[in-house]
Design a binder for this molecule. Sequence first.
Ligand code: MG
Length: 230
Amino acid sequence: MKRLLLFDIDGTLTRSHNGHIPFNEAILKTFGVPGDIRSVIADGNTDPLIIADIFATANLSIEDIDDKWEEFARNLRESYSRAIKSGITTLRALPGAVELLRKLTSGGILGCSVVTGNLEAMAQVKLEAAGLYSYLCRGAYGSDSPRRADLPAIAKQRWEAATNLTIYPDDCIVIGDTPKDFEAARHNGMKCILIATGRYPVQELLCLKADACLTDLTDTEAVIQTLLKI
Ligand SMILES: [Mg+2]
């Protein structure tokens, strides 16, 4: 059975501490105004929409905002890498994530890729810091589209182009931690597993009626069985 797994990063595979410090630093450096990611609900959103929300909340109007994403990505990557190196920001793989990806990729049955609201440059920094980068194919990112619902189809196309295989949307599983991951999966006719390791507790995620809902990724065998049977 061929299946493609599209993993979200923040709250699903990784968790960061003090990630707001380099993020806010990159906002100031790029746009010349202070902005605070803690003023908005960022979970499940894409970086371009998070920035737009931050400026809207602060009543700031930024000219030519769409011309600055590359510069922002560069500044964010620099700030974040420096913050990780100095220990100001920490980022780690969530329990079970490394074991799960190692097992999935060694079997070769299930393709593993990424759907995340992070800009691609940032996704790479985070996955490298968490020791997960080598397990995942190039997927889709906030730098591809600010609309999360656009991203699963882009990740599917990239995986198909890289492997020379064709996969049906129904054989793709989005794995995330927020209602936005679920909406993006359904918008693309894909399956969805929600993991309660982010902001949303399992009771809240269960209400969405995804194909499965797990408390975490720690039981590798149970997670793989779920991935195979839904
Ligand atoms: Mg997430």
